[in-house]
Design a protein around this ligand. Structure first.
Ligand code: V47
Length: 433
C-alpha cells in the first residue's frame, strides 16, 4: 500500500474566504495554481485554510510520513570573497572569527560522522579567494576514501560557479560548469544542496547580494547537475528585502525548470500534462497510473531532479540587515504551505528545524512539509536565538516531534530511500519491501 492509499482524500474543503473556493477546487482536481492564485493564498486572512489545502496535497504525496535523516553539516570555511548583506557567516581572511578547516580536519569530521552512524555529510563554505580547484576535488575524494558510507551533498551553485571560474574549465560557462560537476562527481560528490538561491529577483539581488550569481545562473548549475544524473535541492530565502510577489516568481521559475526535467519521466508514467507541459504530482490518485513521485534510477530515470524545496526564513541577527524584523511564525507557516501548493512538481518540502525551530517545524508537518532535515550537529550559517555552532538534535527528538504531530517518522537517506537502523549500523530498505 502506498502512503497515499492510507489516507482518504476529502471531496471538498471548507474555506471561510470565498476567494479561496476556486483555488480549493483546482487543488482537489490536481490543477496547477497561477501566480495570481498564489497572491490570493498570500493575501487571504484564512491562513489555516491555506495550510489545510497544502496538507491535502502533502497527504496525497506522502500520507502521514515525516522524513528525517542522520546527517552532519561541515562548513569548511567562512572566508568569502563576497559580502552579502543578509549573511552573518562570511569573514575576510585574517578578520576576527575567520576560520578555515584543512582537508585533514574535514576528513576527521567525516570519519566521526560516519562512526556516529550518519548517512550524509552536507559540506558548504564561503567563496575562498585563494584555494585552487584541486583543493575541492581532493577534499571530496579524501572524505570518500576515509568515510565511504557517507553521501556527499556538497557545494551550493554559488560555489560551483566559483569553482568553474578558478578551474578555468570550459570556454562556454555552461559546459565549464558541467565539466567541473563531472570532476566533482568523479571525486565523490553525490548531490547538490539547495543553498545560494536566495530569491530569484534582480532588484533584491542588487540590493542585498550584489556580486553573487543571479537566479538564471543558479538554475543553470542545477540543470547541469540534473543532466549529469545528480539530484539537488532548492532553497528560497525570504522575509528580507524581497516581497511576496518575488517569492511566487521564484517558485514559478523552479517549477518551470522541473517541468522540463521531468517531462520524459512523466510521459513514461502516464501522467497527464497540460498543454504547457506542466507536471503536477499532487493531484488525485487516479491521475498517476505509474509512479506518482520520481525516484533515482526508477524505470530508467537517468536525469537528476529537484527533490526538495526548503523555504528559509531570513534571520536578521548579526547580519548587515539587522534592522529588518524578519518574518513572523505565521508568515513562515503560510510560506511553507504556499511552497507545497505552488511547487506541485517538487516531491518534498523541508521545514529545516534549525531555522524554523523544531516546534514550528512540527506545526509545518500539518501545513505541507514532510521533511524535518536531520541531526545536523554543527551549523555555522545562522545562530538562532544566540545558539553556538553546536546545533544538534537527536533522532529521539525528531521522532517525538513527528509522532506528536500525528505522523509516522521515517529515516531516509539523502535520496529519500528508507533507512533501517541498529545504532550506528544502517542499511537502505529496498523500495519494494
Ligand atoms: O544559501 C544565509 C541562507 C543558506 C541567512 O539542501 C540565511 O538540504 C537565514 O542552503 N538567515 C544555507 N538564512 C542553508 C541551506 C540549506 C540548509 C539546510 C538544508 C539544505 C539542503 C540547504 O542559508 C544560504 C542562505 O540562503 N542564509 N544567511 C540568514 N541570515
Amino acid at each position: 500500500m502506498s502512503p497515499a492509499d492510507a489516507v482518504a482524500t476529502p471531496r471538498s474543503l471548507r474555506v471561510t474566504d470565498p476567494a479561496l473556493e476556486p483555488i480549493a477546487a483546482k487543488v482537489l482536481e490536481g490543477r496547477r495554481l497561477s501566480l495570481e492564485e498564489g497572491a490570493v493564498l498570500y493575501a487571504t486572512p484564512d491562513v489555516h485554510a491555506v495550510c489545510r489545502l497544502a496538507d491535502l496535497v502533502r497527504r496525497r504525496m506522502h500520507g502521514r510520513l515525516a522524513y528525517y535523516n542522520v546527517n552532519r553539516h561541515v562548513n569548511y570555511s567562512n572566508v568569502c570573497a563576497l559580502s552579502c548583506s543578509f549573511c552573518a557567516f562570511h569573514r575576510k581572511r585574517g578578520q576576527d572569527g575567520a576560520y578555515e578547516m584543512n582537508v585533514e580536519e574535514v576528513r576527521d569530521a567525516a570519519v566521526e560522522a560516519q562512526n556516529a552512524g550518519a548517512t550524509e555529510l552536507h559540506v558548504v563554505g564561503g567563496l575562498h579567494p585563494w584555494l585552487p580547484f584541486e583543493h575541492y576535488t581532493t577534499m571530496l575524494s579524501t572524505i570518500r576514501d576515509a568515510a565511504p558510507r557517507l553521501h556527499l551533498k556538497a557545494f551550493t551553485a554559488v560555489e560551483i560557479v566559483h569553482l568553474q571560474r578558478i578551474s578555468k574549465r570550459g570556454k562556454d560557462g555552461y559546459e565549464g560548469i558541467k565539466a567541473v560537476l563531472r570532476d566533482l562527481r568523479d571525486a565523490g560528490l553525490g548531490s547538490l544542496p539547495g543553498g545560494g538561491a536566495e530569491v530569484f529577483d534582480d532588484r533584491a539581488h542588487d540590493e542585498a547580494w550584489k556580486g553573487k550569481i543571479r537566479g538564471d545562473q543558479w538554475l543553470d548549475v542545477h540543470r547541469a547537475a540534473h543532466e549529469l544524473g545528480l539530484n539537488s535541492n532548492a532553497t528560497m530565502l525570504y522575509g528580507h528585502v524581497e516581497g511576496r510577489p518575488e517569492r511566487l516568481v521564484h517558485m514559478d521559475l523552479l517549477r518551470r525548470q522541473q517541468d522540463r526535467t521531468l517531462a520524459t519521466w512523466a510521459e513514461a508514467q502516464g501522467i497527464a500534462r497540460a498543454a504547457e507541459g506542466e507536471v503536477v504530482l499532487g493531484g488525485p490518485d487516479e491521475s498517476y497510473p505509474g509512479h506518482r513521485l520520481p525516484m533515482p534510477g526508477q524505470d530508467g530515470l537517468k536525469t537528476g531532479y529537484f527533490q526538495t524545496i526548503i523555504p528559509l526564513p531570513f534571520f536578521p541577527d548579526a547580519s548587515g540587515l539587522e534592522a529588518l524584523p524578519g518574518p513572523t511564525g505565521l508568515e513562515n507557516l503560510r510560506t511553507i504551505a504556499i511552497a507545497r501548493l505552488m511547487l506541485d512538481n517538487i516531491p518534498h518540502v523541508k521545514a529545516f528545524w534549525i531555522m524554523q525551530t523544531l516546534g514550528m517545524a512540527q506545526l509545518m508537518l500539518d501545513a505541507g512539509a514532510d521533511d524535518l532535515d536531520g541531526t545536523v550537529v554543527w551549523y555555522d550559517i545562522t545562530h538562532l536565538g544566540g545558539a553556538s555552532t553546536h546545533q544538534e538534535t537527536t533522532v529521539t527528538d525528531l521522532r517525538r516531534a513527528a509522532i506528536e504531530a500525528g505522523c509516522e517518522p521515517v529515516e531516509r537517506d539523502t535520496l529519500y530511500r528508507r533507512v533501517e537502523r541498529d545504532g550506528a549500523d544502517w542499511r537502505i530498505v529496498p523500495s519494494d519491501s
